[in-house]
Design a protein. Sequence first.
Length: 204
Amino acid sequence: MYCLVKFAPLFVAVAVCNGWLFGDFVGKQKELDEISLWPLPQKFQSSAIAFKLSPTRFQIVQAKQSSAGPSCGILENAFRRYSEYVFGDLKKPEKSRKKVYDSDLVELQVWVTSADPECDDFPSLQTDESYELSVDEPSAVLKAANVWGALRGLETFSQLVYEDDYAINNINKTDISDFPRFAHRGILLDSSRHFLLHGVAGSV
């Protein structure tokens, strides 16, 4: 018995190193770390080919054939918001001088395909929020039926950008096709039940 207790830590250490214990956990954790998109798209294919994104040269623009023009405030504001989100304040001249490098990917073209881009409407149960995103040099293309699908695609694009060991922004060659699993997403706050539960708990 004494020998078992004495050598138990050694056995556990050897088992962990060889993957006898926690093997499935480590494997699944590695798989989750490699897929950092949330929520995970319906169809997602990425390669090891990486493209550099320069804060001073990369831009998000409306595609020429897009039905949503410069007057679409929802998209124009989103372009600025996501550009700042991806690069932070590196687009400022005093900051960008510290990170000057060529950009393999020069732009993300956002292409809204429907005749009514829904720039002036709120999303409804009938709104098509699907999108397709293709990341390849020199331009990435985000294709969506309306602005609400385009917003979902912009969020996904922003999550694909990462910094390498040299603090250079990169994005891998990627193809994504995505749509919401449910037509309606909501949340219910039952304040009366919350109050009653806490009231009872507090009085006990």
